[in-house]
Design a protein around this ligand. Sequence first.
Ligand code: GLN
Ligand code: ZN
Length: 771
Amino acid sequence: MSLAIATLGTPRIGPRRELKFALEAYWSGRIGRAELLETAAALRAANWADQAARGVAVIPSNDFSFYDQMLDTAVMVGAVPAGYGWTDGMVSLDSYFAMARGVGGEDCACGHPGHGGGVPALEMTKWFDTNYHYLVPELGPGQRFVLASTKPVDEFREAKAFGIHTRPVLVGPVTFLRLAKGAAGFDRLTLIDRLLPVYVDVLKLLAANGADWVQMDEPVLATDIDAAARAALIRAYGLIASAVPNLKVMLTSYFGPLGDNLDLAVSLPTAGLHLDLMRGRDDLAEIGGRIPDGKVLSLGVIDGRNVWRADLDACLDLLRPIVARRGFDHIQLAPSCSLLHVPHDVEAETGLDPDIRSWLAFARQKMDELAVLGRALESGSDAVADALAATRAARASRLSSRRVVRSDVRARLAAVTLALAERPAPFAERAALQRQRFGLPPFPTTTIGSFPQTQDVRRARQALAKGAISEADYRDFLKTETAACVRWQEEIGLDVLVHGEFERNDMVQYFGEKLDGFAFTQHGWVQSYGSRCVRPPILYGDVARPEPMTVDWWRHAQSLTDKPMKAMLTGPVTILNWSFVRDDIGRDAACRQIALALRDEVADLEDAGAAMIQIDEAALREGLPIRKADRARYLDWAVESFRLTSSGVGNATQIHTHMCYSEFNDIIASIAAMDADVISIECSRSKMELLTAFADFHYPNDIGPGVYDIHSPRVPSVEEMAGLIRTALGHLPAERIWINPDCGLKTRGWPEVQAALANMVAAARDLRQAT
Ligand code: GLN
Ligand code: ZN
């Protein structure tokens, strides 16, 4: 037997986003079902063939999805809520897409399928602490489960016909139930006995078709789980082992150490267990003598979530003792998690600086790294001497590059004192000075920053990229757009204006492109959800700001009006959380570097005359570690980074921040510690519910609870928004309240934005008169 190389899942969108384009063409009716299915089958076949060619022996099937693996699982077990056109039998592709996208609603660009009319899509939320989003299955107490999709079996057979024997992947039953949602107080895990027979059916079908192994993903094992989840895991895997004895289960958990769940994971009656050795290195030492001899250990030694070439020497040092102990038969080498979270292929990045490119490994290169490790362990390092030498050289070049480690940045970071992260005066004093300075009416109105990015704006940006228009023409065009936007805001009577962000392609990419230390790929797309892909910046080196990034745009916009023009920046935590981050220094240090660069931008804005500066932290919550015990530390450095960015200004300069999510209970103390003078939050869909978190905490600073749901084209009436503000008044003192939409308006069209904002201003005026 030789040492088996395994993958737990591969990028599914296609090297050139073929699946995205096919899906969108199908949804818009440009291609038919047959063509969509053909594209998908070709992508799967190419993926299987590529893995086989790269020496992967344990190749997954059913890692493909038309939209999302959690949705696939919900459909497999017939958990299809009413309204999506399914009653019994197999779930059709159209019902499947209806669950993903809603019926009669529309997509919105800030991350969530719309809720405008029709039957809404299932809710979507983040897959653990990745930037992948899954659809949240809805389960009720009377939930029935039936086999309603044989996708895992179909794809196993498809691979078999293609000549590849695969290990199918399923989301495990306990993770499925844990991540689903039900009515408040309803414990979904009580459904395990009803759910398991469907899993057993699928597993029996797989075995009958020739599968010998199956991969069951139970990443709940990397979370803080309670006794009920433990009991459900014991029950599920006990039943599966006895009901389908001829199918071996590789139990996989990832995104963190098993930690206190390690004994449980080892004791479950599965033929194999996977360890995420990137985040759970200690598990390996712990597991030592506890693992039964016959159990196969899958060792996740290559980072499935980041883009750096591995330190293969260090991997070998880690692997050699355990391989010596257990022998080749009972070890597999794997990435730490599915490769879904990294781009396809570094080779495609012909535009990248060659040095930087040599430091990277995407999905394909990670498989090659595993193959090198396998050969080194089997035949000795000499057999792969060249590959090991190349890795060493690339690593050495990265660690010694002057673009990676900059003494000026390091010196500055070392000199940071706590005082730098402290505004000169407490909020009450600042608020008094700011009130005098701005003389705003009660319930001041503003927006979150972006205004509609029309076809024209996008076309101009593309024309610039293609060289069809000059940089000067492009800037002139943007200046005209900005001027029109400013004039329009004045006309409808907003109190605090913004420039509209027309020059920004994306709130993180825009800053990444202007800062030293970030690189951008051409094809480094990663699925965010469904057909939506993101191309995260790669933070590879120490961060510095060669020159001001936003000051000219702000100055231009302010020159057009006497009203306060709020400047707009993306915060350090959000830039970090939406990038691939270097692994040679801690996330905290990397974040502080970004914070210091942004601090200079804040200072330049203030010098240029900006009196209000908004620093968006849309992704602060997203970075929360999976385990509760790790959260306080993250929040500490995240808040400190924000404060480093924002605290260099005078007391009369007003710092705003914005966060677009609707859960604050568990982080409210940290939000308060950020000490922004004004925070705007998403609130309209929760009907101001989430303000209770702020009220209960006695949150002291100003708040703009969103009164206009920008996820939908629907125009809320004056009365509706006034009603929401009145509800807010039940939670917060009137003098602390600002009036604004839930989030930026870049994904909306002008007609609805005009109508909605006019109504919003009218609602604020009504309230001013009434109070
Ligand atoms: N200022 C950004 C905008 O208005 C904020 C976006 C966000 O929070 N996602 O688009
Ligand atoms: Zn937002």
